[in-house]
Design a protein around this ligand. Structure first.
Ligand SMILES: NC(=O)c1ccc[n+]([C@@H]2O[C@H](COP(=O)([O-])OP(=O)(O)OC[C@H]3O[C@@H](n4cnc5c(N)ncnc54)[C@H](O)[C@@H]3O)[C@@H](O)[C@H]2O)c1
Ligand SMILES: [Zn+2]
Length: 363
């Protein structure tokens, strides 16, 4: 087992990464305020893993309430959130009950927001079961739900007490979901960790083959990067850089997700194509050379990810990008690459160059 700490002072918490962790009732029980938990999972993950987790908890004397919600991004809504509150109230869960999220990013965001608001806030634990959730969404305390007018538009910052990433759960993950998670892993190398980018170039085939050791290392290194960024800018208020840098490729990517309709492309797929667009724009601004952009393309391709966006029309992209949360005071602030391994936020990119980069990166 590998352990990292998210150093947020009195809200600091450990991230444990390794094999067999779903069975470690001791690790979970040690993080509880009282021996009472509500495990939130979904209809796909619960049949696979809730039995193991529940048994491990009960074996240490913990009382377990199970709340199973429908699967999918379409259910990251107010309605599902309310189902969680119904479950918590029906079982008379009190202010000391710990909510445990068992699932991917959707379950984590939903359960986290439920924990942030149930009885004005109860303790929370993340047990992520997708690669994306293990390297990204379970760390950092962003929780929330979607509104019909926008993704993640309602939510709260609510840090977990513990993150338990059992790498065994990745064995059942569909290949497309594994690739989508790799897009975020590659992101950390690109924005702030060149040695990790080099490591990824050497070990990408091992990751695609789900080599346990390689996966554990990639998760650890990703979480270490995310933790550092979060500690430096917990609520994404830094004027330049900070937590916003984690959105490399995301403004372009959100345009793809919204333009095609949610669910057509996975988030990580859209981020991959969006990252290539950001790299291409960085080349046009004189920061990257062609060889560096090729390195980005080649890594994404090897990870089974798209490197070109759908042909929505560059103007349409720009219009959709204007609706992104990262737009401050009407200016399009993009995350771009100064070099491989160093990102920056930039609001001065000439519109013509942005349009040209998009056009060049559409299939
Ligand atoms: N809070 C954050 O900081 C943050 C960061 C990034 C993404 N997110 C959010 O995360 C969500 C995406 O998360 P995701 O990619 O994990 O999607 P997801 O939660 O929808 O999971 C993907 C699919 O895999 C299934 N699944 C989960 N674990 C499995 C397993 N071990 N074996 C087999 N199937 C499994 C799920 O049921 C689902 O069908 C989005 O809603 C996004 O907004 C949040
Ligand atoms: Zn993302």
């Amino acid at each position: 087992m590998r352990t990292l700490t998210v150093a947020l002072g009195e809200r600091a918490y450990p991230i444990h990464i390794g094999s067999g962790l779903l069975g470690r009732g001791d690790l979970l029980a040690g993080a509880l305020q009282t021996p009472q938990v509500a495990v939130v999972s979904n209809a796909v993950v619960a049949p696979l893993y809730l039995g193991r987790l529940g048994a491990a908890l009960r074996a240490t004397g913990v009382r377990v309430t199970e709340i199973v919600v429908p699967d999918g991004e379409a259910h990251k809504t107010w309605l599902t959130l309310n189902m969680i509150f119904d479950g918590l109230l029906a079982e008379r869960c009190d202010r000391t009950t710990t909510v445990i999220a068992l699932g991917g990013g959707v379950v984590g965001d939903l359960a986290g927001f439920a924990a942030a608001s149930y009885q004005r806030g109860v303790p929370f634990i993340q047990v992520p079961t997708t690669l994306l959730a293990q390297v990204d969404s379970s760390v950092g305390g962003k929780t929330g739900i979607n509104h019909p007018r926008g993704k993640n538009m309602v939510g709260a910052f609510w840090q977990p007490r513990l993150v338990l990433a059992d790498t065994d759960t990745l064995s059942t993950l569909p290949g497309r979901e594994l690739s989508a998670g790799l897009a975020e892993v590659i992101k950390y190398g690109l924005i702030r960790d060149l040695p990790f980018l080099d490591w990824l170039e050497t070990h990408l085939d091992d990751l695609m083959a789900r080599d346990a050791e390689a996966l554990a290392y990639a998760i650890e290194r990703s979480c270490a990067n995310k933790a550092e960024v979060v500690v430096g800018d917990e609520r994404e208020t830094a004027k330049d850089g900070g937590r916003a840098l984690l959105n490399l490729g995301h403004t372009f990517g959100h345009a793809i997700e919204t333009g095609l309709g949610y669910g057509e492309w996975l988030h990580g797929e859209a981020v991959a194509a969006g990252t290539v667009m950001a790299a291409e724009l960085s080349r046009r601004l004189g920061w990257l050379d062609g060889a560096a952009v090729d390195r980005v393309r080649s890594l994404m391709t090897r990870a089974g990810l798209p490197v070109a966006g759908p042909r929505l029309g560059a103007e349409r992209y720009l219009d959709l990008m204007g609706h992104d949360k990262k737009v401050l005071a009407g200016r399009l602030r993009l995350v771009l690459l100064k070099h491989l391994g160093e990102a920056l936020t930039y609001a001065e990119a000439p519109q013509g160059e942005v349009l040209a980069a998009i056009t060049q990166c559409c299939a």
